[in-house]
Design a protein around this ligand. Structure first.
Ligand code: NAD
Length: 262
């Protein structure tokens, strides 16, 4: 068991990367606090964990709300007696996010509130709990912030708010990693490439739009949420004990590509 004696909290655990990570972490021995605004989906993730013999509870929380973030962290400590792994993963990709001229302030503000402020609030209330759970001499605690490959590259199909929010997540991650390194709290950003999840498939809602993205991926397919969960598992576990402040890119080669194979 790679996460024995560790309690994990995952936001956006009702779908995609968050759900797959919740299932994977639980299968490696971690009790999981599954957080989402979508109650039925979050409860379903918990039921899936229970049916595979793991431990989990659902907590309804909106990551853009300070009160909700405080409550989800308290729930982890009260239910499972501590917190060792914090995965700030919830995020949105708004359908009206475009270039700077056409993107409304409302879309910008909503995207920033969930994708960037949500990570800040998770850390603001989560780090004190991680500190309380880190026993001296142990390999410590792990924060995983889900960013994106778009934080590292520009695209001609713009989503300025989303891209800027993920760039902010990377900058925030680096600074937190340095600030908390001596406390045995590691902070890394997971940078997924384009995935076959609801978030991206809803956005790329025609075959033509999907194809336009696919041509840039050297491996020639969208990634799977389960492939991100495996990467997150490495960052969550003691196997990554010397990895902090990293932009952990798992993207089918998209950021390495100048051109793709025929
Ligand atoms: P998803 O839409 O499948 O899941 C996101 C979950 O977050 C949903 O269950 C949703 O209800 C929840 N959520 C949304 N707003 C919330 C809020 N305010 N508070 C709490 N929960 C909220 O998406 P996914 O593809 O699994 O994406 C997860 C993360 O990965 C996001 O941060 C996303 O930006 C990032 N990402 C996704 C891709 C991709 O191609 N899918 C690529 C790179 C990065």
């Amino acid at each position: 068991m790679r996460l024995e004696d560790k309690v994990a909290l995952i936001t956006g655990a009702g779908s995609g990367i968050g759900r797959e990570s919740a299932l994977r972490f639980a299968s490696e021995g971690a009790p999981v606090v599954a957080v989402d605004i979508a109650d039925a989906a979050g409860e379903e993730s918990v039921a899936m964990i229970h049916s595979q013999g793991g431990e989990a509870v659902f907590v309804h929380a909106d990551v853009s709300s300070a009160d909700d973030c405080q409550r989800m962290i308290t729930a982890a400590e009260q239910t499972f007696g501590g917190l060792h792994i914090l995965m700030n993963n919830a995020g949105i990709m708004h359908g009206d996010d475009g270039d700077a001229i056409n993107t409304s302030e409302d879309v910008w503000d909503l995207t920033m509130a969930i994708n960037l402020k949500g990570v800040f609030l998770g850390c603001k209330y989560g780090i004190p709990a991680l500190r309380r759970s880190v026993v001296s001499g142990s390999t410590g605690a792990s924060i995983i912030n889900t960013a994106s490959f778009v934080a590292l590259m520009g695209a001609a199909t713009p989503q300025v708010a989303y891209t800027a929010s993920k760039g902010g997540v990377l900058a925030l991650t680096r600074e937190l990693a340095v600030t908390h390194a001596r406390e045995n709290i590691r902070v890394n950003a997971l940078c997924p490439g384009p995935l076959h999840t609801r978030l991206l498939m809803d956005y790329l809602d025609t075959q033509q739009k999907k194809q336009r993205r696919l041509v840039h991926i050297p491996v020639g397919r969208f990634g799977l949420a389960s492939e991100m969960a495996n990467a997150a598992l490495y960052l969550a576990s003691d196997e990554s004990s010397f990895t902090t402040g990293a932009e952990f890119v798992v993207d089918g080669g998209i950021t390495a590509a100048y051109t793709t194979p025929e």
